[in-house]
Design a protein around this ligand. Structure first.
Ligand code: NAD
Ligand code: UDP
Length: 325
């Protein structure tokens, strides 16, 4: 893969975020030129600070709801807040980012003849009535609820991608990303993995929403960005949509227990109300990813959590608010 990628000029929108910063690292290691575009609404300069001196890396502050010109032949469209806490803070901006961001990046891909990958989401399945979720399932989404700015925004983006493909022959890839965790997660972003780890490290109760019997399938970030890159570069020419995620399913309670065990914490569980429209179950069918570009997740939840705990323990310790593990 290295020799093909070496000729590429790659735009990563949302490149200063959690997934984007790992993807930029991977692309640089593959020999690509990387243009990282971000408005820093949920991402941070410190996520890519270590890349700033790299001769093939450039960082640009830009909001994707505004058109952009750049000479690139690959575009990864990741710009969008991923955490419910963040995307619900300014839901109108979330919808704009999903829809106008997709339109602007698709227009750029068309002008440049670039291949473009959309970071879509398992949220397009809503609260799924098919389990595990296969790409052929159309989903069960509340169009007017508190998650709909994100769910419907991402669904509209998928529809735009396929219309640009049919109408303008743009070379698209649509990846449906399932819950992803790992080092460089923002401890404040409200995701279950980061919240539980920070609470366990501080010896505080782990706050489970609802009864904790809802399930998620957690994918380690290295597996995720490898999957996105393999999909982008696969010769199969398949547009997707393709699920990328770890098919091992855990209840939120299982996750809490595992994190308490791995941190050696004395924390107990506490319970609070389940947010509305919170999906009851999530597990990807990843057979298409395996068939189309030979991808399978390699990192187990225990291995991935151990690495994430090290990262969050460092931040917690340097903030002076907890034990250093
Ligand atoms: P993140 O919030 O860490 O990163 C998103 C990045 O996009 C941030 O750097 C943010 O500043 C930037 N951004 C937001 N709005 C923008 C705008 N209008 N213009 C330019 N930049 C903007 O989230 P993440 O976890 O890295 O997610 C990256 C992508 O993957 C998102 O599109 C998200 O929907 C998708 N995704 C992530 C997950 C997950 O579990 N992390 C799951 C499904 C889908
Ligand atoms: N959750 C929880 N405690 C938290 C944060 C989240 O119990 O501190 C639950 C949340 O209600 C959901 C699951 O954990 O059922 C996953 O939440 P997350 O925000 O990570 O992502 P989602 O997959 O819902 O987008």
């Amino acid at each position: 893969m290295h020799s093909d990628s070496a000729r590429q000029r790659v735009l990563v929108t949302g490149g200063a975020g959690f997934l984007g910063s790992h993807l930029c690292e991977l692309l640089l290691s593959e020999g690509c030129e990387v243009l990282c575009v971000d408005d820093f609404s949920t991402g941070a300069r410190h996520n890519v600070e270590h890349l700033l001196g790299h001769p093939r890396f450039r960082l640009m502050t830009h909001d994707v709801t505004v058109p952009l010109d750049a000479h690139v032949n690959r575009i990864y469209n990741l710009a969008c807040p991923a955490s419910p806490v963040h995307y619900q803070r300014d839901p109108v901006q979330t919808t704009k980012t999903c829809v106008l961001g997709a339109l602007n990046m698709l227009a750029l891909a068309r002008r440049e003849g670039a291949r473009i990958l959309q970071a879509s989401t398992s949220e397009v399945y809503g609260d799924p009535q098919m389990h595990p979720q296969h790409e052929s399932y159309w989903g069960n989404v509340n169009p007017i609820g508190i998650r709909s700015c994100y769910d419907e925004g991402k669904r509209c983006a998928e529809s735009l991608f396929f219309d640009y493909h049919r109408q303008h022959d743009v070379d698209i890839r649509v990846a449906r990303i399932f819950n992803t965790y790992g080092p460089r997660m923002d401890p404040q972003d409200g995701r279950v993995v980061s919240n539980f780890i920070v609470q366990a490290l501080r010896g505080e109760p782990l706050m489970v929403y609802g009864d904790g019997l809802q399930t998620r399938s957690f994918c380690f970030v290295d597996d995720m960005v490898t999957g996105l890159h393999q999909f982008m570069e696969a010769d199969s020419g398949g547009t997707g949509p393709v699920n990328i995620g770890n098919p091992h399913e855990f209840t939120v309670r299982d996750l809490a227990g595992l994190i308490i065990e791995l941190t050696g914490s004395s924390s107990k569980l506490a319970f609070s109300a389940l947010p509305s429209d919170d999906p009851t179950q999530r597990r990807p069918d990843v057979s298409n990813a395996e068939r189309m570009f030979c991808w399978k997740p390699r990192v187990s939840l225990v291995q991935g959590l151990e690495r994430t705990i090290v990262h969050l323990a460092r931040l917690t310790a340097s903030a002076g608010s907890g034990p250093s593990f």
